[in-house]
Design a binder for this molecule. Sequence first.
Ligand SMILES: *[C@@H]1O[C@H](CO)[C@@H](O)[C@H](O)[C@H]1NC(C)=O
Ligand SMILES: *[C@@H]1O[C@H](CO)[C@@H](O)[C@H](O)[C@H]1NC(C)=O
Ligand SMILES: *[C@@H]1O[C@H](CO)[C@@H](O)[C@H](O)[C@H]1NC(C)=O
Ligand SMILES: *[C@@H]1O[C@H](CO)[C@@H](O)[C@H](O)[C@H]1NC(C)=O
Ligand SMILES: *[C@@H]1O[C@H](CO)[C@@H](O)[C@H](O)[C@H]1NC(C)=O
Ligand SMILES: *[C@@H]1O[C@H](CO)[C@@H](O)[C@H](O)[C@H]1NC(C)=O
Ligand SMILES: *[C@@H]1O[C@H](CO)[C@@H](O)[C@H](O)[C@H]1NC(C)=O
Ligand SMILES: *[C@@H]1O[C@H](CO)[C@@H](O)[C@H](O)[C@H]1NC(C)=O
Ligand SMILES: *[C@@H]1O[C@H](CO)[C@@H](O)[C@H](O)[C@H]1NC(C)=O
Ligand SMILES: *[C@@H]1O[C@H](CO)[C@@H](O)[C@H](O)[C@H]1NC(C)=O
Ligand SMILES: *[C@@H]1O[C@H](CO)[C@@H](O)[C@H](O)[C@H]1NC(C)=O
Ligand SMILES: *[C@H]1O[C@@H](CO)[C@H](O)[C@@H](O)[C@@H]1NC(C)=O
Length: 481
Amino acid sequence: MAYMMKLSKFFSLLAFICMFIINLSFPGYAAADTLGNETDKLALLAFKSQITEDPLGVLASWNDSFHFCNWTGVTCSNEQQRVIILNLQGQRLSATLTSYVGNFSFINLLDLSGNSFHGEIPPELGKLGRIQNLNLSNNLLGGEIPPVLSNCSSLRGLALDHNYLVESVPPELGSLSELRKLYLGNNNLTGSVPASLGNLSSLQELDMSYNQLKGEIPSTISQLMNLQVFRLSVNNLSGEFPPALYNLTSLEFLALSFNNFTGKLSNNIGLSYPNLQKIWLAYNFLTGSIPESFSNASNLQNIDLLHNNFTGKVPRSFGKLDLQYFSIGFNHLGSGEPDGLNFITSLTNCSNLELLHIGDNQFEGVTPVSIANLSTKLIEIYLEGNQINGNIPKGISNLVNLHTLFMRSNYLNGTIPDTLGMLSNLGALVLGSNQLTGKIPPSLGNMTRLINLFLYDNHLEGGIPSSLGKLQPTGNHICFK
Ligand SMILES: *[C@@H]1O[C@H](CO)[C@@H](O)[C@H](O)[C@H]1NC(C)=O
Ligand SMILES: *[C@@H]1O[C@H](CO)[C@@H](O)[C@H](O)[C@H]1NC(C)=O
Ligand SMILES: *[C@@H]1O[C@H](CO)[C@@H](O)[C@H](O)[C@H]1NC(C)=O
Ligand SMILES: *[C@@H]1O[C@H](CO)[C@@H](O)[C@H](O)[C@H]1NC(C)=O
Ligand SMILES: *[C@@H]1O[C@H](CO)[C@@H](O)[C@H](O)[C@H]1NC(C)=O
Ligand SMILES: *[C@@H]1O[C@H](CO)[C@@H](O)[C@H](O)[C@H]1NC(C)=O
Ligand SMILES: *[C@@H]1O[C@H](CO)[C@@H](O)[C@H](O)[C@H]1NC(C)=O
Ligand SMILES: *[C@@H]1O[C@H](CO)[C@@H](O)[C@H](O)[C@H]1NC(C)=O
Ligand SMILES: *[C@@H]1O[C@H](CO)[C@@H](O)[C@H](O)[C@H]1NC(C)=O
Ligand SMILES: *[C@@H]1O[C@H](CO)[C@@H](O)[C@H](O)[C@H]1NC(C)=O
Ligand SMILES: *[C@@H]1O[C@H](CO)[C@@H](O)[C@H](O)[C@H]1NC(C)=O
Ligand SMILES: *[C@H]1O[C@@H](CO)[C@H](O)[C@@H](O)[C@@H]1NC(C)=O
């Protein structure tokens, strides 16, 4: 041990002596540094020379009255006075990106997001060996993603989303072993999801939604053990719901809506994702039943399974979750089950529920009166397009924050409860195509925010109550016939 200490002391001393010698024998060391920061200044001036619009005048300070390290958006390292940050986020600048940006060899953060940069991404960015965050999101950039960005081996965040990028995602990006966040969404990317992305072992967030990616999700994705956010909505992806996804146990947000996924969900899906908060699978071709195990994902708040081919009963276990958003409309759920709506009673435990969409399914039976005990935070309820019979429960008037109540195209009978008039926030009341009888309650005139009132195709009688005349201003759509 003592021997080791001595040895390490010896090496420190040696290092010190060496530095001393280098400084003595290479006075050019300092000169090279001067040249270095001169390079940065040249690059900043080249960057500025491309700017065609600067409505906020952010680059006004970029002149010789100030050292470039004091120019707006520029941060330098203290000692060497090299640019380490260039942050011009949201400054409404319009320009093409000069290839000189590749000369900021000490840069750590380059954030040009939220401007109007156009043209292509210069491949010279691949020279930025120290860059940790490159954010070009929300611009007008076109062309391909330069594969050479994979040379930026320190990258932790790469955001190129909300541009007009085309062609495929370069497989080379799979070598960015430090990458935490990869945002490529809202572009026009084609081709498939590169299997190499499975090598991004540090990845926490992957967003490639709103592109034209096709093919299957590669099974290598199962290696992304730190992935928390996985978003591929609005693409042309296909194949069975990828089994590889069940290995992503860190997932908090899974979004695959608007693709062509088929097949069933694993019965154990909820057990796979202890941290899951949101799952969006709307507009696919998923079949089978909705797994009961979702209730084991105890952090789940937001479920969107709209417009798939799910069948069978809705598990009552959803009441165990603190759901905010429960959307299972446009499926084939509830067929032939007279008690198929009983799960609504279990949802009364969800005290933060804001949206309930079970419309356009095959639910039968009477609306449970327990609907009145759902969360008063509810803003939207969609029950339309089912085979629901019986009365509209009076107690629905408890749901004082409702903006939207859709119950059209069912077999509802009895009268319209006059208590509905208490829903003073309601903007849309859609009860058309049912078997409602009796008079239109004058109390509906109390719903001063009502814009859409649809009562057509029922067996209502009597006139239109004069109180409804209060429902102003113009632009209201009131339809009785
Ligand atoms: C570059 O750095 C050197 C040493 O820190 C300094 O003397 C010189 O003024 C700097 N040049 C510019 C253009 O900032
Ligand atoms: C440099 O910019 C500052 C701030 O915009 C301005 O006050 C100054 O007049 C400019 N100097 C030159 C030489 O343009
Ligand atoms: C930047 O400006 C501050 C004061 O405005 C000054 O103290 C500092 O020396 C300037 N930095 C450089 C690198 O010129
Ligand atoms: C990227 O790295 C490769 C291999 O290390 C090298 O040949 C190439 O010149 C680099 N490109 C850039 C733009 O730095
Ligand atoms: C990029 O910048 C935008 C704001 O313009 C921000 O919302 C986003 O989180 C940034 N992305 C990364 C990966 O830093
Ligand atoms: C993608 O391409 C289509 C046509 O190929 C075009 O209509 C659309 O605007 C493009 N979208 C983006 C975000 O570039
Ligand atoms: C996805 O489904 C749509 C609608 O059925 C179809 O038009 C499209 O060709 C499908 N795309 C793929 C890649 O399978
Ligand atoms: C998922 O993990 C299990 C073990 O935890 C492994 O046997 C299986 O091969 C993995 N699946 C995929 C698609 O990687
Ligand atoms: C899924 O539902 C759609 C629309 O309801 C239907 O056209 C299609 O045949 C169904 N597919 C399967 C596999 O059930
Ligand atoms: C409404 O329909 C239910 C079941 O379909 C029936 O039992 C009930 O008598 C009907 N009530 C009225 C008022 O028509
Ligand atoms: C609602 O309207 C009815 C009839 O138009 C009226 O008698 C009643 O007082 C109103 N109720 C409230 C709470 O405003
Ligand atoms: C770095 O940028 C390139 C353009 O990509 C220029 O051609 C070089 O002259 C520049 N190098 C220096 C030292 O400024």
